[in-house]
Write a protein that binds this ligand. Structure first.
Ligand SMILES: Cc1cc2nc3c(=O)[nH]c(=O)nc-3n(C[C@H](O)[C@H](O)[C@H](O)COP(=O)(O)OP(=O)(O)OC[C@H]3O[C@@H](n4cnc5c(N)ncnc54)[C@H](O)[C@@H]3O)c2cc1C
Length: 411
């Protein structure tokens, strides 16, 4: 059996590695000159920056991605963050993430325990947003700001744009798998290790190779076309989202097209700093619910000093983009950093913005439409087809897991 993968992002490479281990002949086509998509390293002034991600795996060494990396034998070492996360309060004081309950009145604390236990068991089936869900039960300014900070950092969305049912799936996964971790060598080490697995299994990865057509015969995917050539196969896995995939063949399924065309990507801005001294002082997430724009910050060099030159720290802030004025959004982000670290020595290394076809998430969380398509032997993986409750690359891994189940490829 031969599988063709369109796109060498994390989703495509993880699917390729799983299929390679299951005995498929795998051929991956990537239009860019490098592999990894938005999970690749960018070497800059001795720092390992990235094409997208903040070098963090949302559930560290315990989550679905880590499990799948182990299953395929990818050589990746994930350092779990400690502490998991810290919250900066309005008065500048820092508290452990788990202690956020202490900021609530006793009545609200008791109510939170009861409501959360009930809602995790019976998730709301309506489209109520996470913000409205918080408002309905608590109407608490600190909780609302924390919800926006978490959703902005992890999903590049405001809490009002995340369905409560998806957020409750995420909370459930956080109880199950805990907090984030940093892969040694950054995100490029993860995609690089997956590419090694594919090549070791005899698979091929072609960069600079843009697929422009998917060939369908009798309702089944039979190959792809690129550079005027046809590549035959038994299975096509697309890592470029449902919408772009559907444009590569004559998709006639109106119901499917309607569903996938409502999906919106999420937008974000990342500011990378060279710090001459620690700014936050730990490897976990620093949530900033009271900043104007910045939702959170990390300092990954506490987990992996090799991501910066000796004696320096790599610090990255992330913010969801809230308006169409990108310049203003960036200005507000930079001004947040000034107020958060007034006396610290740092320089801005790079500011990156993500939207449209190079977004933070191809399908904003809660709007994913599954991995199947109207065509047999054609599946979509990646952050346009995440599994339920999966934050970013954990969602990508859950989606790949779903496809492998459909194909009968076991763990
Ligand atoms: C600012 C930012 C911060 C983030 N931080 C984190 C984080 O810390 N942790 C985390 O878990 N996630 C994070 N994410 C999200 C994470 O980066 C993505 O979820 C993940 O990289 C998506 O992988 P993918 O395989 O779905 O897509 P991609 O990485 O986009 O891969 C798709 C690939 O397909 C290629 N392609 C497109 N069209 C074609 C074609 N026609 N032919 C051949 N190839 C094609 C593209 O060039 C690309 O390489 C972040 C994202 C951003 C932008």
């Amino acid at each position: 059996m031969k599988a063709v993968i369109i796109g060498a992002g994390l989703g495509g490479l993880l699917a390729g590695a799983k299929l390679s281990k299951a005995g498929y002949e795998v051929e991956v086509f990537e239009r860019l000159p490098f592999i990894g998509g938005r999970f690749a390293n960018l070497d800059y002034k001795g720092f390992k920056l990235s094409t997208g991600a903040l070098h963090m795996i949302p559930h560290g060494s315990r989550g679905t991605l880590a499990q799948m990396l182990r299953e395929v034998g990818a050589q990746v070492n994930i350092i779990d963050s400690n502490p998991m996360a810290i919250i900066r309060k309005d008065n500048g004081e820092n508290i452990e993430f788990h202690d956020f309950r202490n900021e609530l009145s006793l009545t609200k604390r008791v109510k939170l325990g009861t409501i959360l236990a009930y809602s995790l068991k019976f998730k709301p089936q309506s489209d109520i947003s996470f913000r409205d869900w918080v408002l309905k039960y608590f109407d608490d300014d600190f909780l609302l700001k924390l919800a926006d900070s978490f959703c902005g950092w992890a999903l590049s969305l405001k809490a009002e744009d995340v369905p409560a049912r998806e957020m409750l799936e995420i909370i459930e996964n956080m109880y199950l798998y805990k907090g984030s971790g940093v892969p040694l060598g950054g995100c490029g080490a993860v995609t690089g290790a997956l590419a090694d697995v594919i090549r070791a299994g005899g698979g091929k990865i072609h960069t600079g190779s843009c697929v422009d057509k998917i060939i369908i015969d009798c309702g089944r995917a039979k190959g792809v076309r690129l550079n005027g050539k046809t590549v035959d196969c038994d299975l096509v896995i697309s890592d470029i989202g449902h919408q772009e995939t559907s444009m590569m063949y004559n998709c006639m399924d109106k119901g499917y097209l309607k569903k996938i065309n409502t999906v919106k990507p999420s937008k974000g801005v990342k500011i990378c700093l060279c710090a001459h001294e620690p700014l936050i002082g730990h490897s976990g997430v620093y949530f900033t619910p009271f900043a104007e724009r910045i939702n959170g910050i990390n300092e990954v060099t506490h987990a992996d000093p090799s991501l910066a030159p000796p004696g320096k720290h790599l610090v990255m802030s992330h913010q969801a983009v809230l308006s169409d004025n990108l310049e203003e959004e960036i200005k507000l982000g930079l001004s947040d950093l000034k107020s958060l670290f007034p006396d610290k020595k740092y320089e801005v290394l790079m500011i990156q913005s993500y939207s449209g076809k190079w977004p933070v998430n191809r399908a904003s969380s809660g709007s994913d439409t599954g991995n199947t398509t109207p065509v047999g032997d054609l599946y979509v993986v990646g952050d346009g087809a995440k599994g339920k409750g999966g934050i970013e690359v954990e969602g990508v891994a859950l989606g790949v897991r779903n496809v492998m189940k459909e194909l009968g490829v076991s763990g």
